[in-house]
Design a protein around this ligand. Structure first.
Ligand SMILES: [Zn+2]
Length: 425
């Protein structure tokens, strides 16, 4: 991948020469080192560091213009401060320059193509965090653009029954529209609603599942409810689109011309294919605000290397494993990913008895299992079964409180939080 080597070299050279944050580290590339080797000598960049060192990350040429995350470009299509989604904690601002914004648009279109809907094909967009809703009073040109792109918006934020019914009517009224781009948990809520109420199944062709981890269980419920092909897409506000599944469904292709990805363990060592680790993102085309080895907070696994049947050469992640903050600690301190725990619960949970649930770690050995009961018959047995599978996964000394509730509160951004770790927040 010669092009990647060139882009990575260009970025690291710009960072060490033009950004005070990186200049202070005094990193010098050895003559016999390739760009990836040089990159591995860079420290990991955390959100806290971006917040603390925001102005020093900006390259010299723009430092007088961009002084804080509140800075605004003087006009036209230029750099822009973008804030992280902030599922938890303080939002972090990063700068995207015009070149990177172009790349963001390009990868977005490319991802849609991978998922079977090329530019101009109409699609439903089931979307909406609180932040998005505030932006709904958007400018006319953006609304025109959405229309041109064929986007049919549906609000996914904290959907109530009446809204879910409205979404289904909308899909029914537009049978010619066969594609859905959605917050994965909003799409799953809609699918679960259809299944639980035994409503007629709306038929789609493809679903691009975004902004969450697509577990096997979720993929199956989306496939059987919408009779659609599901594509997992991975991205974030601050890094734009990062990877997307192709029609071969052999993992998610990383958008290598725009992002350089690493998967590392706790010691910072590269994880081999098959071993989950934290994802580090390097933005190759955002030279005005170098983000090198940015710890995005997600866990992922590399797929086995080798050609993908679809013919695309970009490297592949096998899957995503949830948020780092949501990992739970066993009695011996081993961290388990939220996807693992969810799968574990999914196997023992009877969905006819328990609709929604949340599992939270509140102490080194203490956990709470919150659940919304549907009916009493058999519930106690099922709870005992769930409890014993947790003990098997987390250790014999684990204490689990059972807490029946009427609803599970979503995160501030409107997503379901199945797994929470109170100790790591
Ligand atoms: Zn492929």
């Amino acid at each position: 991948m010669f092009a990647v080597e060139t882009r990575l070299s260009r970025l690291l050279a710009a960072a060490t020469a033009q950004s005070t944050h990186y200049r202070k580290l005094g990193l010098i590339r050895n003559p016999n080192e390739n760009a990836a080797q040089f990159l591995r000598r860079f420290p990991i960049l955390t959100r806290e560091q971006i917040r603390d060192d925001f102005a020093e990350l900006v390259i010299d040429r723009l430092r007088t213009h961009i002084t804080s995350p509140a800075s605004v470009a003087s006009g036209g299509y230029d750099w822009l401060v973008v804030k992280t989604g902030g599922t938890t904690g303080t939002p972090t601002g990063v700068v995207h320059d015009a070149e990177f914004r172009d790349w963001g648009r390009t990868t977005r279109i490319f991802a849609q193509q991978l998922c079977g809907f090329s530019l101009g094909t109409p699609y439903f967009r089931l979307w909406g965090s609180e932040q998005d809703l505030r932006h709904q009073e958007e400018k006319l040109d953006r609304r025109v653009l959405r229309n041109l792109l064929g986007e049919i918006p549906m609000n996914a934020f904290r959907a109530k029954e009446s809204e879910l019914r409205q979404h289904l009517r909308m899909i029914e009224r537009r049978p010619e529209v066969r594609h859905l781009m959605a917050y994965v948990d909003a799409a799953v809520s809609l699918a679960t609603f259809v299944e639980d109420r035994k409503l007629p199944k709306p038929r789609l062709k493809t679903i691009m599942a975004c902004a969450g981890t697509v577990t096997e269980e979720w993929r199956r419920i989306l496939e059987r409810t919408f009779q659609a092909e599901v594509f997992d897409k991975y991205g974030s506000r601050e890094c734009s689109d990062i990877a997307c599944e192709c029609s071969s469904h052999k993992g998610l292709h990383v958008f290598a011309p725009n992002v350089y990805l690493e998967v590392v363990d706790d010691a910072g060592q590269e994880c081999p294919p098959g071993k989950p680790g934290r994802i580090l993102v390097t933005l190759l085309n955002n030279l005005s605000f170098p983000m090198v080895r940015y710890q995005i907070g997600d866990m992922g696994v590399w797929a086995e290397p080798g050609a993908c049947p679809c013919g695309l050469a970009f490297p592949r992640l096998a899957n995503l494993q949830g948020r780092e903050d949501d990992m739970l600690a066993t009695e011996d301190g081993t961290l388990l990913t939220s996807v693992f725990i969810r799968h574990f619960v999914g196997v023992s949970l009877n969905r006819q008895l328990i609709r929604e649930w949340q599992f939270e770690q509140i102490g080194p050995r203490d956990f709470v299992f919150r659940y919304v009961p549907l009916k009493p018959d058999g519930l106690e047995d099922n709870l005992r079964q769930i409890q014993s599978s947790f003990v098997a996964a987390l250790g014999a000394s684990t204490r689990i409180q059972l807490e029946p509730v009427t609803a599970i509160a979503p995160s501030p951004s409107g997503k379901t939080q199945w797994i929470r770790n109170n100790l790591r927040r």
